[in-house]
Design a protein around this ligand. Structure first.
Ligand code: HEC
Ligand code: HEC
Length: 203
């Protein structure tokens, strides 16, 4: 599907469910893309790509942020009008209604995910693959690539962003399924590093 038709579809959807105008829609997308990159594909290693994840995951994350149930890192805008004041995901989500969250999740879920081009260590990546297959593949299917899974896309996500998420999970600052917590608790710092290189290697 081409971009203009997607945008049209999203506009129609948003209008139907929220009464928000085309202009509201355009400015909301511009706001997200200002940090996450054009069409939700990030070029910055600390910023997650949001295109192509499932509607469930994207909307769920926004509700977590709105409830402040997930840490929010303050961030500058990366493109467009970069003089906009820095903000964070909790503040972004706080301004959105449920219908807007569902509509914007549907929009980014339909855009294609693009794995990040980034450096990795091959030996560490091999070790990471073995750990992933044993501990993580059950929920993060197809080496963490499967966008139908409601656990997000790990393969090809940026390493700096992922490292920060591991830190938050391990510190208990971000909620996670009980079984994932059990898996993460089994990992050493070296195991985590190996996993990061494995996910980065999937390009
Ligand atoms: C000022 C910059 C900024 C803006 C604007 C912004 N984001 Fe974010 N977003 C971030 C940062 C930084 C993170 C990762 C760190 C964190 O969780 O705080 C993030 C994380 C996310 C995540 C979690 C991704 C994952 O894989 O778990 C989602 C989903 C998301 N943003 C969606 C959106 C949407 C939708 C919009 C527009 C309505 C938006 N963001 C606007 C900076 C921004
Ligand atoms: C029982 C299922 C389950 C297992 C096992 C599991 N995870 Fe998860 N994982 C999830 C779910 C569900 C989420 C989404 C949490 C949310 O709603 O934000 C997630 C999210 C993540 C995220 C955040 C992705 C993002 O974009 O922010 C990372 C990183 C992650 N898992 C890594 C792992 C690793 C590494 C393992 C193995 C050591 C693992 N998980 C095992 C279910 C699981």
């Amino acid at each position: 599907m081409t971009k203009p038709s997607l945008r049209y579809l999203f506009a129609a959807l948003l209008l139907a469910v929220t009464g928000s105008s085309d202009a509201d829609l355009a400015s909301m997308i511009e706001d997200c893309d200002g940090c996450h990159g054009t069409d939700g594909i990030s070029q910055w290693t600390d910023m997650p790509t949001i295109a192509g994840a499932s509607v469930f995951l994207l909307s769920d994350d926004m509700y977590f942020y709105r409830d402040r149930a997930r840490p929010c890192a303050t961030s500058d805008y990366r493109q467009g009008d970069t003089s906009r004041p820095a903000t964070d995901m909790c503040a972004v989500a706080a301004k959105m209604t449920d219908a807007e969250i569902e509509a914007i999740a549907a929009y980014y879920a339909k855009l294609p995910f693009k794995p990040a081009r980034q450096d990795f260590d091959g030996a560490l990546a091999d070790r990471g693959r073995a750990i992933h297959d044993q501990e993580c593949e059950n929920c993060h299917a197809d080496s963490g690539r499967d966008p139908d899974e409601d656990a997000g896309i790990l393969a090809g996500q940026w390493m700096t962003y992922m490292r920060a998420q591991f830190t938050d999970f391990i510190a208990g600052k971000r909620s996670q399924p009980r079984k994932m917590k059990v898996s993460l608790e089994r990992l050493s710092a070296d195991d985590v590093e190996a996993l990061l290189h494995f996910y980065a290697s999937l390009q």
